[in-house]
Design a protein around this ligand. Sequence first.
Ligand code: PLP
Length: 304
Amino acid sequence: MRNDRQAYLNGQFLPEREAKISIHDLGFAYGDAVYDTARTFGGRLFKLKEHIERLYDTLRYVRIDPRLSPAEMTALTEELVERNRHLLGPDDDYWVTQRISRGVARYDGEEPEYEGPTVMIETVPLPFKSRAAYYRDGIRVATPSVRRVPPEVLSPRAKTVNYLNMTMGDLEVKARDPGAWGVLLDVNGNLCEGIGANIFLVKNGQVLTPKEDYILPGVSRRCVMDLCGELGLPLVEKDLALHDAYIADECFLTSTSLCMCPVVSVNGAKVGDGKVPGPVTKKLLDGYSRLVGLDFVAQYLKRL
Ligand code: PLP
């Protein structure tokens, strides 16, 4: 469907439909690219600094020089949101993503189409409608047989466009239950992370989440950890087995788009008494809404 949004591509703002990337782009050819995604609340970017910092950490890890400073990337991102703000519907918000590939492939005897990385910034309306029921019913989590890529292979702490590992897990999960959300285990069999989301359990008043070693350190995960500190909720980062999920009182996922969303079951086993959100999750949901300055649960539920 045609839209009037603009994107940023290699030095210029232009209509999305005119933003073209080479067929020889290494991001497309080999998944040789990185990205980060922030979101807006009420049209305003949230935690952009943290997202840009993570983006530049990932760029360093994969040794791509974007030829823009973090301050320049921040300014371009803010400008794009400004340019597209008037296209937001009432109560809508944007996913805001920077994607940077290593550039285009070079072939013997041929001039490359251009030198340097491909840098793109885009905005997409958040999928409130398709996810609204998660906030009423809770998410059904399922763990596929596919394990998350371990740090010995590719650091999960880097946010690369290599999503095939998680896509394979998601295909398996969705084939069994199209409405379920896949959470991969790590190679040791511990809970790792969801498809674009981090996972938390609550047991006897303690908030538990996997350590950073095997996961992407989510910006929303950090928000929840900080909220735990503010609300006096004990927080422990540790290896968590599926057993811990089956005996947990509460469970929730965190991500930029979800913020936080309660989980109702794990592999068909009801979490706690099966009522969502549980009391600790509710406290954190309310705290999260205060933090972002908008009742994000209501923003989702409105779309039911
Ligand atoms: N884990 C993975 C693999 C992700 O790709 C993401 C975000 O897309 C997350 C976790 C959640 O991170 P954040 O809260 O920064 O969106």
